[in-house]
Design a protein. Structure first.
Ligand SMILES: [Zn+2]
Length: 113
């Protein structure tokens, strides 16, 4: 079973916040989780890294796909980027991805004739 506790950022320990995905992102979910902590070292060092490697004033935030459990950086062009996509309130992460649960497989008994 998936624990009820909200996932937190492995870089700064802040709880991850859900945000809606851009429509043209081609992602396989309706929302993902990201660390929106501006003090997060992952985000903070991203500015220098991006400028050094790509010559752009940009950074990235820690992002987690709640469906696959895969973490990857999501590019942000400013501190406020993606903030308008943040979802208000709690999101039940443990309900995401339930479509691939096979009924009866998880200890569901009592259907014997
Ligand atoms: Zn963080």
């Amino acid at each position: 079973m998936v624990p009820k506790t909200s996932p937190s950022c492995p870089h700064c320990g802040e709880p991850l916040a859900p945000f809606k995905l851009p429509d043209d992102g081609g992602w396989d979910g309706t929302f993902q989780l990201a660390c929106f902590n501006d003090e997060c070292p992952y985000f903070a060092r991203g500015w220098a890294w991006m400028e050094e490697h790509y010559g752009v004033r940009s950074s990235y935030r820690y992002r987690l796909n709640p469906v696959s459990g895969q973490a990857s950086p999501i590019p942000v062009w400013s501190r406020n980027a993606l903030r308008d996509r943040m979802i208000e309130g709690d999101v039940a992460v443990d309900k995401v991805g339930g479509s691939d649960v096979i009924p009866g497989q998880d200890g569901e008994k009592g259907s014997h004739p």
